[in-house]
Design a protein around this ligand. Structure first.
Ligand SMILES: O=C(O)CCC(=O)C(=O)O
Ligand SMILES: [Fe+2]
Length: 262
């Protein structure tokens, strides 16, 4: 793994050493302050390109095209809101998904399963332990966004999301986010409406470099990936970790996300 990850800069393999603890402390502080942390240069030079090369043939020929209109909640309705409430305004998402079962033996999956990464993420998130997902399709997805494509405004269903950017778009394809737009006690529907109408001055844009690991708390922080422009596809690996071992999607969930159950 030392040829894949920059373990000199990010000493995941030296658990409980002072350097390791320092990295955990920094990550915890960034999560506290910004709701995210970024490990830029997590991949050694050339590794992102190699990972893209491995995924490219599948992405080009067998990825699942996901295209749909949705609201920021990914829900058909919100009982306390009238159907025409501006917080329920629909937005369009278009992307290409490669599932874990399509890239066996890949660099991306080796990183996903790297035990010291799981232990570091657990420490940064304040969890006893994290586990990889058992679901053969969902455990890791590589998402592709081509010119005109975007992941639109949403709140995540999971507490946090771990991504690894493999290839950045020429322009666009940036993570735009509005920190703590809602809280567990306050849905702030008017604030949501304002954001969707493009009238929230607190929305920020993060331009990531290929090879960056991003850990993001997106449950109450609204976010989107802006529309990609230019010839280069944005490619990003999305890693799913859970506190419980053995997590699987239902067949319906797999059908909904990937167009196939197995
Ligand atoms: O692609 C990204 O940078 C963000 C992904 C994301 O928001 C998600 O998977 O929920
Ligand atoms: Fe998200």
């Amino acid at each position: 793994m030392k040829d894949i990850l920059d373990l000199d800069r990010y000493p995941l393999d030296r658990e409980a050493s002072p350097e390791w603890k320092h990295l955990v402390d920094q990550s915890v502080a960034a999560l506290e302050a910004d709701g995210m942390f970024n490990l830029e240069g997590f991949l050694r030079p050339g590794v992102a390109e190699r990972a893209v090369k491995e995924v490219r043939p599948v992405m080009d020929t067998r990825s699942h095209i996901h295209k749909r209109m949705h609201n920021i909640y990914f829900k058909p309705d919100i009982p306390e809101l009238a159907p025409d409430h501006p917080a329920l305004r629909k937005v369009e998402t278009v992307s290409h998904t490669v599932c874990a079962d399509q890239i066996p033996g890949s660099t991306v999956l080796a990183i996903y399963e790297y035990e010291p990464l799981l232990r570091f993420l657990a420490a940064a998130m304040g969890k006893q332990q994290l586990h990889v997902m058992l679901d053969p399709l969902a455990r890791t997805n590589v998402m592709g966004y081509r010119a005109g494509e975007a992941l639109n405004w949403h709140f995540d269903r999971s507490e946090f999301t771990t991504t690894l950017l493999l290839q950045a778009a020429e322009r666009g394809g940036d993570l735009e986010y509005r920190t703590d737009l809602r809280s567990d006690d306050n849905p702030n529907y008017d604030g949501v409406a304002k954001l969707l109408e493009g009238r929230d001055p607190e929305a920020k844009i993060l331009r990531m470099k290929a090879g960056t690991l991003n850990v993001f708390r997106g449950k109450n922080t609204a976010h989107r990936v802006t529309t990609v422009e230019g010839e280069r596809e944005r490619m990003i690996a999305v890693f799913s970790y859970y506190e419980k071992p053995g997590v699987m999607f239902s067949a319906e969930e797999r059908l909904g996300f990937y167009g196939r159950a197995a």
